[in-house]
Design a binder for this molecule. Structure first.
Ligand code: FAD
Ligand code: NAP
Length: 400
């Protein structure tokens, strides 16, 4: 059994040791979740087809603006272009590796305007873009996610430069015999195990501040990950340690770390995987009190509608979801995707003059309610081709 392939799937799927029983439970639960979804998806397709014939592009159409073009934002855009009534259209700021040209495939012409730019501030009626353009909004959905440090995130927003940035990181890892990964959340665990998977002879140390790796997840996964890293992959795991990373040196070569007992150790490469920061700053000028002081996420009600701490009863025509929002769900792609459906319904209510009432119920947030599904079919590229298909682009045709 290859522990790495399993580990990859652990982090992706969340697993368990009691295979048969858990798998049966998982399949039952999955069917309960998936069956209504398939029904809804079929209804959605028929309704979208009808919508494409009835929506009219009127000159005075009001904007529903979606900020952020990733898991959460693109799902909402797709749903809005299939649903919005005449008199409203969608504006969308984004950047991505996968081309988004076909995101609104089949939707009526003129319902979506796609803009590649950065939103730098909002007012109570407008969005200000870095290019200087101002866009009016009737309703705003913020899905600007979070920023990770390199290499979990990259700084370039052009495909060729971004690929070069990633290749540079791979080369540095390849030529560094002794590596420390600091931060044992999902990103650190994934990175440390990937390094050892590709380069089994490297000396890899995982340093984590808590007494359990992946402390945001359930205890079964935490136990599994620790055993896989330490006993099977032979990664040195140092828990309850919080060495200071060099300033600005999240991916630092020839770096010394100092541990609690005072001892210092030199590494050829130190990679910080110490967490993410919410991209909520565009609210700072107009609604600074809508940003959480604890974690800088945007404050939202269970309806994912933004509220101000100083005036919590007032309803703003603004929603926030995905990683940027202070909801109670996990910071994961599928959570943002689910939340897009909630935001869609609540936007439709808002533009009809009704209160947003649909509530986001956390699917899998309870401690220990996770599933462990051992699997050996994890593909090296995480089946990226399927993601392209999801966005209506043929990967092979694109690269021809
Ligand atoms: C290494 C790694 C692996 C992961 N693996 C998984 C996994 O296997 N499964 C899973 O479910 N989750 C995974 N996650 C978590 C998942 O990636 C996030 O939960 C998800 O990306 C959040 O989606 P989002 O749309 O809210 O925000 P993001 O994905 O952060 O996207 C936000 C988008 O908004 C844009 N943006 C930001 N600010 C502005 C602005 N001011 N103006 C315009 N655009 C802006 C950004 O460029 C970006 O495109 C992983 C995370 C990391 C770091
Ligand atoms: N496959 C997946 O589903 C997947 C994959 C990757 C990421 N994600 C999601 O993406 C989000 C971000 O993940 P992440 O791993 O980047 O962040 P994270 O979950 O916040 O983990 C980072 C960890 O690093 C620790 N840390 C911070 N500074 C440290 C230091 N100097 N020394 C040692 N440890 C330190 C933090 O501990 P303290 O809290 O003590 O500071 C924290 O536990 C998470 O919600 C995660 O679930 C999901």
């Amino acid at each position: 059994m290859n522990p790495i392939k399993n580990l990859r799937n652990n982090v992706l799927n969340i697993l368990s040791p009691h295979k048969c029983q858990i798998r049966a439970t998982f399949i039952t639960k999955a069917l309960i979740v998936v069956s209504p979804y398939l029904g809804r998806a079929a209804i959605r397709r028929v309704t979208a087809y009808g919508h494409s014939w009835t929506w009219r592009n009127t000159p005075d159409a009001k904007n529903i603006v979606v900020l952020g073009g990733s898991f959460a934002g693109t799902e909402l855009v797709r749903r809005l272009t299939e649903t919005l009534p005449t008199g409203y259209k969608v504006g969308h700021e984004l950047r991505a590796f996968i081309p988004y040209d076909f995101i609104a495939k089949g939707s009526p012409l003129g319902i979506l305007r796609r803009i590649q730019d950065e939103a730098i501030a909002i007012t109570n009626t407008q969005i200000l873009l870095a290019s200087g353009e101002r866009i009016d909004y009737a309703c705003l959905a913020i899905a600007t996610g979070s920023t990770q440090q390199f290499p979990a995130n990259i700084s370039c927003n052009k495909r060729s430069e971004a690929c070069r940035e990633l290749q540079g990181a791979q080369q540095t890892i390849e030529t560094s015999p002794k590596i420390a990964v600091v931060g044992g959340g999902a990103v650190g665990v994934q990175l440390a195990s990937d390094i050892k998977d590709f380069f089994p002879t490297k000396d890899v140390t995982m340093v984590h501040s808590r007494d359990r790796l992946m402390n945001r997840f359930g205890s079964r996964l935490q136990d599994y990950v620790l055993t896989a890293l330490r006993d099977e992959l032979k990664i040195r795991v140092l828990l309850n340690e919080r060495p200071r990373l060099p300033v600005g040196g999240n991916f630092a070569q020839s770096t010394c770390l100092t541990f609690y007992d005072g001892h210092k150790e030199e590494f050829d490469l130190v990679i910080g995987c110490t967490g993410q920061r919410s991209n909520s700053s565009l609210l700072k000028s107009c609604y600074p009190d809508a940003i959480s002081k604890e974690n800088s996420c945007i404050l939202v009600r269970p309806t994912l509608q933004v509220f101000r701490a100083t005036d919590p009863t007032k309803s703003l025509p603004i929603f926030a979801f995905g990683d940027v929002a202070n909801h109670s769900g996990p910071r994961m792609g599928r959570a943002g995707w689910t939340q897009a459906g909630i935001v869609l319904e609540n936007i439709l209510s808002t533009i009809q003059g009704q209160a947003a009432s649909l509530i986001y119920a956390v699917e899998n947030g309870e401690h220990g309610s996770d599933f462990l599904i051992p699997s050996r079919d994890g593909k090296l590229d995480l089946e990226a081709e399927n993601a392209w298909k999801e966005y209506g682009v043929d990967f092979k045709q694109f690269w021809k």
